[in-house]
Write a protein that binds this ligand. Structure first.
Ligand SMILES: [Zn+2]
Length: 301
């Protein structure tokens, strides 16, 4: 008898030591979508975007879109950056067909973390795939945690002025899921330190108050850039091209270029929420823009 096919088996947890810290990237889930074009570079000719995909040996018509929260254990506090999709699909009729179920809590369990161990939950921005895992059935998923939100981001969603049509439902979700947690939250601005060695960095554009986080321990430096770049080829090699899910498109492009330049110049490691798993890499300058260099063993030594 020939051996049976066993089905896909792919890694979902990647943990490494980083100075005095321990960091884990955990795959909440992933989806396959049409594209990159026209979601990426929609203002360009389709052939141009598709040619860039082919040059990078990826399918120009279908793309994988992963969701990867980051856990940082500083030795004093366990800090989770973003909560993935959570129960969005199960709990919200409107999202049933386009959302995904999150597996974050189950996979945290496999990695040895219980929800009640999490001291701080940091929300980089208010989009569904980042806040969806905050609550389930109306109850906080991380019962002992306090929360950190960007002040400008929280204020934008709470006030609800100038929310574009495509994000109206997102605003309702934010009111339902995030706003009730305000009494256990602190609200930070770029430059603020949220724990020793971890400070907020302005990355506004993809959302009005998106914050990245610079993590430093024993001279090792990593940027949790969240959704600054959400495709490892198109958003990085052509940072000027528009992305349909960016709330402020020109500002998002400006921010991408600034952050890409900083990460390349300073040689920072990057944890990217939507980069290919394990969502860890570095950025190199190239003739036309930049290039994503996935980690090999640099973080294992
Ligand atoms: Zn996202």
């Amino acid at each position: 008898m020939p051996a049976a096919m066993q089905g896909e088996l792919q890694p979902t947890i990647y943990r490494f030591r980083f100075g005095d810290f321990e960091i884990a990237n955990i795959l909440d889930s992933k989806v396959v979508r049409d594209g990159p074009y026209p979601a990426f570079g929609g203002e360009r000719p389709a052939e141009e975007v598709e040619a860039l995909c082919r040059a990078n040996r990826i399918d120009p018509k279908r793309m994988e879109h992963p969701f990867i929260p980051t856990m940082v254990n500083t030795g004093r506090e366990l800090i989770l950056f973003d909560t993935g999709n959570g129960a969005l699909r199960r709990e919200h009729e409107q999202l049933r067909n386009r959302s995904v179920d999150g597996h974050l809590v189950a996979r945290l369990g496999q990695a040895g973390y219980r929800p009640e161990d999490v001291d701080i939950v940091v929300i980089t921005h208010g989009h569904p795939d980042h806040i969806g895992g905050l609550t389930e059935g109306g109850k906080p998923v991380f019962p002992k945690a306090r929360y950190v939100f960007g002040a400008a981001e929280f204020d934008f969603w709470k006030r609800g002025e100038s929310v574009r049509d495509a994000r109206k439902f997102n605003r309702e979700l934010f009111m339902q899921i995030a706003v009730p947690l305000a009494d256990r939250a602190s609200f930070v601005k770029p430059g603020d330190e949220i724990a020793p060695g971890i400070r907020a960095v302005d990355a506004a554009g993809h959302s009005p108050g998106l914050l990245a986080y610079h993590v430093e321990s024993q001279n090792k430096r990593l940027l949790i850039w969240a959704d600054t770049c959400i495709h490892y080829v198109v958003a990085i090699q052509r940072p000027d091209w528009h992305i349909d899910v960016d709330d402020i498109k020109d500002k998002a492009a400006e921010t991408r270029k600034r952050i890409l330049d900083m990460t390349a110049t300073d040689g920072l490691f990057v944890a990217g929420f939507h980069m290919p798993f394990p969502g860890l890499g570095m950025v190199e300058k190239s003739a036309a823009g930049f290039r994503w260099v996935p980690v090999a063993y640099q973080l294992n030594l």
